[in-house]
Design a protein around this ligand. Structure first.
Ligand code: LLP
Length: 411
């Protein structure tokens, strides 16, 4: 990928996605489960650019959504409604109503109160809501605590005793149809063992439901398959699929997977431009035009994104010294890399952050009234804009209209 040309044409900070790689990653996942009835529901939260979703829709992807906004994005991008699932601990009445009206595949329910709410709204709409219960298997996924979700101390899902009660209730309800079971123990997983343990626990639980004449159709194993940011081991997809199939022995269920990071993570790059260098008594700082509002993962999870250097200076190893790459935001936590070896840099040089396709742009913000970056896709060697950089006017339009209204009234 010609980052210099892309930076020149679209300016920086810039997100670039290799759409061909995204397609390959999706197909790898799909192929790993080929031997079995399966549906890959791409987790939109990782990267919800409509063109990225559309690329996956063309490969028959489904969608895992965590807000009605994501559900609507999935539909707009061409994902079939009957392949969309809606998860999350805090769905509002409006969201549940719209999801039922849109007739998506099912809602992943995460609490007793939510189940009652879905039932109540389905009754009002004269519908029978297809639901799945998210069961919390109480298994340590061994990942960063902020993205670990499968322990009872986490807010997600219900324990198996509560789940049993909820399935019974749903079975006897005129307005609920229990069609699936769901778990998701965490993200950026590099160890298969906790996933196997969770799949086995939930499969056993599913068997126990058969005694109640509850016959589910979908076994939703969530997402979580990690990628290599620095030196993490990668889960072998074939072994992952085999382990899940083995856990399901004897159960005739369609497997649903909700991968996000695995599909888009490695395909994304964030191009930044060096503004200044600054040396204090203790440290060397490289100040770039890109900040924690563009990529918050280093600040939030101490995540590591490897950096490629495109410099007019020599990039000889011998000349490299340790530096922090920092952005213009008014916080000491605003950094993109810490203590990494960099050659001497000058204004205008490019630093490209790898593995930025997942939870990069989708977690970006306008903090410090910074415009969010542009997004570009490259497919068959041809680049095209997927989202323009925001303008200052985009950011203040609504507030300015309100303010001008108030000022008029005062006059
Ligand atoms: N399904 C559910 C219910 C989830 O909560 C998630 C991610 C996924 C699927 C997709 O997981 P993946 O395959 O991408 O690991 N912002 C964090 C990651 C948060 C993940 C939240 N849930 C990060 O930047 O590492």
């Amino acid at each position: 990928m010609d980052f210099l040309k892309l930076a020149n044409e679209y300016k920086t900070p810039l997100y670039v996605y290799d759409l061909d790689k995204i397609k390959n990653q999706f197909l790898n996942f799909k192929n790993a489960f080929n031997a079995r009835k399966s549906l890959i529901c791409y987790a939109l939260k990782a990267n919800s650019n409509l063109s990225v979703i559309n690329t996956l829709a063309k490969l028959e992807s489904g969608a895992d959504c965590v807000s009605i906004g994501e559900v609507k994005r999935a539909i707009l991008a061409g994902i079939k409604k009957y392949k969309i699932i809606f998860s999350g601990v805090g769905k509002s009445d409006e969201e549940i109503t719209e999801a039922l009206e849109l007739d998506i595949l099912f809602i992943n329910v995460e609490s007793q109160q939510e189940l009652k709410r879905v039932e109540y709204i389905a009754k009002k709409l004269g519908k029978k809501a297809r639901i799945s219960i998210r069961v919390n298997p109480n298994i340590d996924a061994k990942t960063h605590p902020y993205i670990s979700t499968g322990l009872h101390e986490n807010k997600f899902g219900v324990d198996k005793h509560k789940a049993f009660e909820l399935y019974l209730h749903a079975k006897n309800s005129l307005f609920l149809e229990p069609v699936g079971i769901h778990f998701h123990i965490g993200s950026q997983l590099s160890d298969l063992d906790p996933i196997i343990a969770a799949a086995e626990k939930i499969a056993d639980f599913t068997r126990s439901l058969l005694a109640l004449e509850i016959h589910l159709k979908f076994f939703d194993v969530g997402g979580g398959v990690g990628i290599t940011y620095s030196d993490e081991e990668k889960i072998n997809l074939y072994e992952y699929a085999q382990a899940i199939l083995k856990a399901l022995k004897g159960l005739d269920l369609t497997i649903i997977c909700e991968p996000g990071r695995y599909i888009v993570g490695e395909s994304g790059f964030l191009i930044s431009k060096v503004l200044y260098e600054k040396h204090t008594k203790d440290k060397r700082f490289v100040i770039v035009d890109t900040a924690m509002n563009d990529l918050i993962r280093p600040s939030l999870y101490q995540a590591i994104h490897k950096v490629r250097v495109y410099s007019k200076n020599s990039t000889e190893e011998a000349q490299k010294t340790k530096a922090d790459i920092v952005g213009p935001i008014c916080e000491s936590g605003d950094y993109l890399a810490k203590n990494i070896l960099l050659p001497p840099l000058q204004s205008g040089d490019l630093l490209v952050f790898e593995n930025a396709g997942a939870y990069g742009y989708s977690m970006s913000s306008n903090y410090n009234t910074r415009k969010r970056a542009a997004e570009v896709g490259v497919e068959n060697g041809i680049d095209r804009i997927l989202k323009h950089r925001e303008s200052f006017e985009d950011l203040i339009k609504d507030e300015l209209n309100i303010l001008q209204g108030v000022l008029c009234e005062i006059k």
